[in-house]
Design a protein. Structure first.
Length: 228
């Protein structure tokens, strides 16, 4: 077992829910409330001091982006705290299914058009608010969107790759990542992409430049597919 695994176990961060390349996510308790703890673990190939500085920088950047998104009117989990020693964020646990789970269920049991329309609109509106506020999510997939079961409101999660930018190119790549994720995972909901983009165009003041760039990003993506 490596040091980072031992550290998590020793500190009892909670019940491990998933592990990615950069972080582990735990379900835990925060002053009597169910919460999520996201721990960014160390990279053994980096110098320890450099690793600690980079990890803390990314941790703080994620926290800032989550906070900025909320200020822009996008629903995200409430951030409870940052631990600069363990390199972890503690935030609100959102009860409800991911959009991925909902759309996969549509694929198995048939599409509920009313719910699909609502989901598409909420996704498009949320991304428009982010982009118009100069924030790029960086990992827009249906796994990173949760439908709060108490409010039926969309919540965006995982701002680990988020950054600030006003460039149409960056916004277009954000949309392209989502588009590719939807095409590969949710082909049964064929019209969801256009519904999302329709809501995006309606709610973004800068949609024209972004959508023009998206066409160029798609072309580059097709060329890479043909060559690769």
């Amino acid at each position: 077992m490596d040091d980072s695994h031992s550290r998590s176990a020793d500190l009892d961060l909670g019940v491990l829910l998933k592990q990615g390349a950069e972080a582990r996510v735990f379900e835990a308790d925060f002053v009597g409330r169910k919460c999520i703890v996201k721990e960014r673990f160390s990279k053994k190939y980096r110098h320890p001091i450099l690793d600690s500085k980079l990890t803390l920088k990314r941790l703080n950047a994620e926290a800032r982006c989550m906070t900025k998104a909320r200020k822009l009117g996008v629903r995200t989990p409430i951030l409870y705290g940052i631990d600069s020693v363990v390199h972890s964020l503690t935030f609100e646990f959102i009860e409800g299914p991911s959009i991925k789970e909902i759309l996969l269920d549509f694929g198995s049991n048939g599409v509920n058009q009313e719910i699909l329309n609502d989901i598409s609109t909420q996704i498009g509106v949320s991304i428009a608010k982010l982009h118009d506020g100069g924030l790029i999510h960086g990992h827009l997939t249906t796994s990173n969107m949760i439908m709060n079961k108490h409010t039926n409101q969309l919540v965006l999660i995982d701002f680990g790759l988020s950054f600030t930018s006003t460039l149409p190119e960056d916004k277009a790549v954000d949309l392209y990542v989502l588009e590719r994720a939807l095409i590969s995972m949710h082909s049964s909901c064929a019209d969801i992409i256009e519904k999302i983009f329709a809501a995006y165009r309606k709610n973004s003041k800068q949609w024209s430049a972004t959508m023009n760039k998206l066409a160029q990003v798609r072309q580059r993506g097709r060329k890479r597919t043909m060559v690769g």
